[in-house]
Ligand binder design. Sequence first.
Ligand code: ZN
Ligand code: ZN
Length: 348
Amino acid sequence: MLDWLHQTLTSTVTHAVIGALMPIYDFLVDGSSRYHWIYVLSGLIIAAYAYRKHSTAMSFETTLLDKQVWLSKSAINDYIIVVVTPVLRLTVLSGLALNWKAVSATIVTVLESAGVSGLTHDANVMALGVALTVTLFLVDDFLRWYAHYTFHRIPELWEFHKVHHSAEVLNFATAERHHPVETIMTSSLLFLGYGAVNGIFIGLFGEKLTVTTVAGANVFLFAFNVCGGVLRHSPFWVSFGPRIEKWIISPAMHQIHHSNKPEHFDKNLGGALSVWDRMAGTLHIPRGREIEGFGIGEETQDFRSLQVIFLRPFTAAGSLLRKRFSRATDEQETQPAAHQASTHSITA
Ligand SMILES: [Zn+2]
Ligand SMILES: [Zn+2]
């Protein structure tokens, strides 16, 4: 018993230390991280170019060195979340994340039992590898959009997503400012998609296909991130112009998503592509710098407290759930057939 306790404690502490060091690894090595150094460098070059080309009210240097952006309470909370989330993921929440390899293996087994051979001619391997790379990127981007859309539409989930929208300034770390529940739910959905696509391709064509990656990231995601992906969460307003923004979410478009103006609520939920928003009617292409500030109205200030950030989503979502159940029970008693699910729109 003592041995077990000792081993569990040692392994938890080890995982906690690894989790705490993860942001450094993400910055230096992991191309799938949104603040990998290559993206930060390319983003700063793009912002410097854009600010010099279009003379702006504030210069590139003044914007970059704005203390509020990097040292305000909102920014410091971003840094704490960046460290706390991987620690929680690798310790108390480790059992909750879905394993994409298990999903992939299950699909391969199902296809095998259905008589699918899983073999392809060597000449097709390269073309199929490209198809796999494109499919993985599209499925991943759609699922990111869908998860984000759901977190905006369902009131109980919105309570968790408020953590991201309560940022008062945007800096590179704000990209990771999410409640751990949202992080786990979204990454599980993405793993499910990644495992499913891999399983289908392996089941149909065998294991020889390779995904094209750069620095460990899908080449299309790398390309998107290198073209200013990091500026989505930054003090820089960088727009690509309406013709490109019909297809790609620019940094300015994501800043519209964080805007505290009601006409911007629930708009531009996409990751890299704006086609999903266009199809759902949630696309907003800015005409000039439309933003005045970020946040969720009066409640924003409450989220300067870490206790509110980590705990309020549970209590708020719990009380919404209780109301939902008691309303459903009342409706059943008075009018059994008439129930319609309520949808959410942000009221900040
Ligand atoms: Zn959002
Ligand atoms: Zn954001």
